[in-house]
Design a protein around this ligand. Structure first.
Ligand SMILES: [Zn+2]
Length: 147
């Protein structure tokens, strides 16, 4: 199952479906042709959607494996600010490790929080505790140069 997103047009209110492949691209509203901005928030994937969606994403894709807390989803390393900052260049994904044991095991992820950068469906970088937002920007940028 490939993830897709509904982008609501700010001008006319039309809902536009955007497939995973185009998440990092600007689009145009199907009704009024207004520009729809590239994704700027982290998308939530699960066991059903993870592999298919990662394969579709051709920009660097940073996956944040997290443990939900009583306060919701912890914003480790300023991940949500990074998603905004790198909008159009990279896609940010999050995976709830408590709800997706099978997936996490399949991927060989043994800790959380944990970050893994995919490029063209392959692992380019990974890291856990101690990773900084600055380092994440650096690895995403180097993955854009090296391919
Ligand atoms: Zn519109």
């Amino acid at each position: 199952m490939i993830y897709s997103q509904i982008r609501t047009c700010q001008k006319c209110g039309q809902d536009n479906r955007v497939s995973a492949k185009h998440l990092a691209h600007k689009g145009r509203c199907g009704k009024c042709k207004e520009i729809l901005p590239a994704i700027s928030e982290a998308i939530e994937l699960d066991s059903m959607s993870f592999e298919d969606t990662i394969r579709e994403l051709h920009v660097p894709t940073m996956v944040y494996f997290y443990v939900p807390s009583a306060y919701g989803v912890p914003g480790q390393v300023g991940i949500y600010e990074l998603a905004k900052k790198l909008s159009g260049d990279a896609v940010f994904v999050r995976v709830d490790v408590m709800k997706n044991h099978e997936l996490v095991e399949r991927l060989g992820v043994r800790q959380a929080p944990f970050f893994r950068l995919y490029k063209h469906g392959e692992v380019f970088f990974e890291g856990g505790e101690g990773l900084t937002g600055r380092r994440i920007i650096d690895v995403i940028q180097s993955s854009m140069i090296l391919h």
